[in-house]
Design a protein around this ligand. Structure first.
Ligand code: SF4
Length: 208
């Protein structure tokens, strides 16, 4: 989706977080061809391209070899993740692998927007404690935070579970999303929903 800018031009967010110089060159050539004026990076570390004609989005994506990222609306937004143990010397967990598995939720319609972040260690470079769902790597697995927010109503998320293995973490994220989707009111962020029903009730519902 193209996002209107203050100057009347449009921006799009590309679903690309890890790339190579070769891919980057191809993307740059496509952006130049389609008249992009500027590239910056979003909070979820995706490329935001300003100055794109909304009518040419399909053509741009085809030329650049990328898809658009779910950057606006009441959907699961692009999962933010750090390099984790694949690249970072501090990394304790495979963030790239789990982010790949969490990708299936991106773009899913929900009562409000949902931000998910994954960090490979407690240094929390992607700030999982202040995202709707945050996965923080430790030496024993992931600590899962829920209901955090860094926006108009800043809130540290509730610590839902600890020492969760990667596949269990993906299943738990699915249960959280399902419960939230089926029970929250329209416009209610996950943190507000948890507050409205009480954390104990929420925990019992998603942990079973
Ligand atoms: S959160 Fe940890 S693993 Fe991820 S980039 Fe930061 S220091 Fe490295």
């Amino acid at each position: 989706m193209a996002i209107k800018q203050k100057d009347g031009s449009y921006a799009v967010v590309l679903d690309k977080i890890l790339t190579t110089p070769q891919e980057l060159k191809k993307i740059a050539e496509a952006l130049e061809k389609h008249g992009a004026k500027l590239v910056k990076f979003s909070e979820s570390q995706r490329m935001v391209v300003v100055g794109i004609d909304p009518e040419r989005l399909d053509e741009l994506c085809r030329d650049a070899g990328v898809k658009l990222a779910p950057a606006v609306g009441n959907v699961v937004r692009s999962v933010k993740f750090c390099p984790g143990n694949a690249l970072c010397v501090m990394g304790l967990q495979d963030t790239i692998g789990i982010a790949e598995k969490l990708k299936k939720f991106e773009g899913l319609n929900l009562p409000s927007k949902m931000k998910i972040a994954v960090s490979g260690c407690p240094n929390s470079c992607t700030e999982p404690a202040v995202r709707d769902i945050g996965l923080m790597g430790t030496k024993d697995g992931f600590t899962i935070f829920v209901g955090g927010s860094a926006g108009r109503k800043p809130r540290i998320g509730w610590k839902l579970a600890e020492k969760i293995k990667p596949d269990e973490a993906v299943e738990l994220v699915e249960r959280i999303i399902d419960f939230y989707k089926n029970n929250a009111k329209k416009g209610q962020r996950l943190g507000d929903f948890i507050e409205s029903i009480g954390f104990d009730k929420f925990r019992n519902a998603v942990l079973g």
